[in-house]
Design a protein around this ligand. Structure first.
Ligand code: COA
Length: 219
C-alpha cells in the first residue's frame, strides 16, 4: 500500500486545516453551475442583456454586461465558500486536540500519510444533532491522491472504531456540490435519508441542498 493511516498529532494542525480548506474550496465551479441553473438567475441574465441592448443599442455592450453579472455571481459563490471554510476552521478544527482528544472523550481524528506527507483526513465524534448517533466528518483527500482507496480506508477505520464501541448508527452531512463524496458514501453502504436547503439567505436563493446520509453499523 502506498499510504498509511495514523491518528492525528498536534504537529499535523496546520496541514490538516489546509487539506480541509483546499477540499472545501474546490466546489466553487459545481456550485456556480447549480446557481446558473436557477430560473430566476437565467431571467436576470436575459433581462441584463435585453436592458443593455435597449439602453446602448450595442450587442457587444449587452454581452459584456452579462459577463459582468456572471463574474459577480462567480465571485459571490467563492465568497460564500470562504465563509464556509472559515466556519469549519472555527468549529472542531479550531482546536483539534480539544475537539477529538480530550481526556475521557471518545472521538477520533485520523490522517492518511503518503511519502511522508498528510494526504487525507477523517474524523468521528458523537453527533450533536442526533442523540445516540455518531457523525463522520472532515473527509478529504488531496486531489492528486484520489481514486486509490484512501478515503474508503479512512472511513472504514472510523466505522470499525465505532462498531467496536457498540455504536449502531453513523450519520454525515454533505451537500449537492460534493458529487464525488456521494459515490464514496454509496460505496460504503450509507443511504441518503434527508435533504434540506441550508438555512441561510444566499443558500435559499440558489436552493443549495444539504444531504444527510446514514449508516447502520453491524446491521
Ligand atoms: C470524496 C473524496 C474524499 C474521495 O476520496 P478518494 O480517496 O478519491 O476516494 P476512494 O478512492 O477511497 O474511493 C472510494 C469509493 O468512491 C468512489 N469514488 C470516489 N470518487 C469518485 C469519482 N470521482 N468518480 C467515481 N467514483 C468515485 C470510488 O469508485 C470508490 O468506490 P469503490 O470502492 O466501490 O470503487 C475526495 O474526492 C475529496 O476529498 N473530495 C473533496 C472534499 C469533499 O468533498 N469531501 C466530502 C465532504 S462531505
Amino acid at each position: 500500500m502506498e499510504f498509511s493511516l495514523r491518528e492525528y498529532r498536534d504537529s499535523d494542525y496546520v496541514v490538516v486545516r489546509e487539506v480541509y480548506a483546499t477540499g472545501f474550496r474546490e466546489h466553487g465551479s459545481s456550485i456556480f453551475i447549480a446557481v446558473l441553473q436557477r430560473l430566476w438567475v437565467q431571467v436576470v441574465l436575459l433581462a441584463t442583456f435585453l436592458g443593455l441592448l435597449v439602453l446602448f443599442g450595442s450587442p457587444l455592450s449587452a454581452t459584456l454586461g452579462v459577463f459582468g453579472v456572471l463574474l459577480v455571481v462567480r465571485v459571490s459563490v467563492q465568497c460564500l465558500l470562504e465563509q464556509g471554510v472559515r466556519l469549519g476552521l472555527s468549529e472542531d478544527l479550531q482546536d483539534i486536540r480539544a475537539s477529538y482528544m480530550r481526556p475521557g472523550q471518545v472521538a477520533r481524528f485520523w490522517v492518511a500519510e503518503a511519502r511522508g506527507r498528510i494526504v487525507g483526513t477523517v474524523a468521528i465524534l458523537p453527533c450533536v444533532e442526533e442523540k445516540g448517533a455518531w457523525e463522520l466528518k472532515r473527509i478529504t483527500v488531496l486531489k492528486r491522491w484520489r481514486g486509490r482507496g484512501i478515503a474508503k480506508a479512512l472511513c472504514h477505520t472510523a466505522l470499525e472504531f465505532v462498531a467496536r464501541r457498540g455504536v449502531k448508527r453513523v450519520v454525515l452531512f454533505t451537500s449537492m456540490a460534493q458529487v464525488d463524496a456521494h459515490k464514496l458514501y454509496d460505496s460504503l453502504g450509507f443511504k441518503k435519508e434527508r435533504e434540506f436547503v441550508w438555512p441561510s439567505l444566499p443558500a435559499k436563493l440558489v436552493n443549495f441542498l444539504v444531504y444527510k446520509y446514514a449508516y447502520g453499523v453491524g446491521v
